[in-house]
Design a protein around this ligand. Structure first.
Ligand code: ATP
Length: 319
């Protein structure tokens, strides 16, 4: 559904240039929910804006929904839906009016657009509020309207740019449900997110993006399996203790402290239950000890960390 080779984009300013997407290759199969996970500034929106024809790439090739991005951008536009980050609705019109207008923009007759708007309102469970002005909607309701606007013309491929950013948990799960429903109806979904749990729960495959490139791609389970072993997180009373522990444990054979965060140290170990006594022994000898220990299977954050040396959760706040 999407095939991209060597896509790149640099924003050139008078003083500095920002290489936002660098030689990126991508394959998205028909019918999957494909996620791009990465921190703020990783290049996710830039990539999406290129794939949706809104921003010309500096280089590279892509076929999107069966049409060549450079040679046939109009064909691409006809076949895709795009839901940008901010709300796309006017405050004073109703969702129904917006949907009819959107249908007409896609070339439908008034009667066809009205019919399709009613269909979409029904499919997305918007009947309770679709005749009210958009300015009165909750965040989740507004996001649902945004998605509705993206699917009025029945695209085969739907792009969603951070669709749940800023939503409360209930609204997020509404959006997830809607995304799954669209996929079940045959639409391929391309989604960007910086929420670890969203990528994990919603996406069939995830590309982990950092500094304009893909550092890992696979299903969430595959990516986590590839990290392997267990993750031990040690928490310390202060940053000095954490730094001492990092220095001590770095000398232990087979141990690699991967994240010497403020008061925390994370370690990848082949088997957590057998590794913990040895870790504690080494720390005790060095005169330091953790205030808490956690043992868990690798998460997508551990995947991100294994490839970048940083924690996405730390960069974005709790996800
Ligand atoms: N118009 C622009 N001019 C200059 N730099 C830009 C422009 N748009 C984006 N950038 C820079 O390009 C890089 C990638 O930005 P982009 O918006 O694609 O990231 P993102 O992964 O979508 O981030 P976020 O999660 O915050 O939306 C960032 O460093 C950003 O500051």
């Amino acid at each position: 559904m999407i095939e991209a080779r060597g896509l790149r984009k640099t924003y050139r300013g008078r003083k500095v240039s920002v290489p936002a997407v660098r030689d990126l290759d991508l394959d998205v199969a028909e019918g999957e929910i494909f996620g791009f996970l990465g921190p703020n500034g990783a290049g996710k929106s830039t990539l999406m804006r290129m794939l949706t024809t809104l921003l010309p790439p500096d280089g590279g090739e892509a076929t999107v929904a069966g049409a060549d991005l450079r040679r046939h951008p109009r064909k691409v536009r006809r076949r895709i839906g795009y839901v940008a980050q901010g709300p796309a609705t006017w405050r004073l019109v109703t969702a129904c009016e917006e949907l009819v207008m959107q249908g007409r923009l896609h070339g439908m007759s008034k009667a066809a657009a009205t019919r399709r708007a009613a269909e979409v309102v029904d499919a997305l469970g918007m009947a309770d509020f679709a005749d009210r002005q958009c300015g009165t909607y909750s965040g989740g309701q507004r996001r649902r309207v945004d998605i509705a606007l993206g699917i009025v013309h029945e695209p085969v491929l739907l792009f969603l740019d951070e669709p749940t950013t800023g939503l409360d948990p209930a609204s997020r799960s509404d959006v997830w449900q809607e995304v799954r429903r669209q996929r079940a109806a045959g639409t391929t979904i391309f989604i960007t997110t910086h929420y670890l749990d969203e990528a994990d729960a919603l996406c069939d495959r995830v590309a982990v993006m950092d500094h304009g490139t893909v550092v890992a791609v696979g299903s969430p389970a595959e990516l986590k399996r590839a990290v392997g072993g267990d993750v031990v997180t040690l928490r310390f009373a202060d940053g000095t203790d954490a730094a001492t522990a990092a220095a001590v444990l770095a000398k232990e054979p087979g141990l690699q402290p991967v994240d010497a965060g403020r008061q925390r140290l994370r370690l990848h170990v082949p088997d957590g239950t057998t590794a913990i006594p040895g870790l504690l022994g080494a720390l005790h000898e060095a005169g330091t000890r953790p205030v808490a220990i956690e043992l868990h299977q690798p998460s997508l954050d551990d995947v991100f960390m294994a490839h970048t040396g940083r924690s996405l959760a730390d960069e974005e706040g709790p996800a």
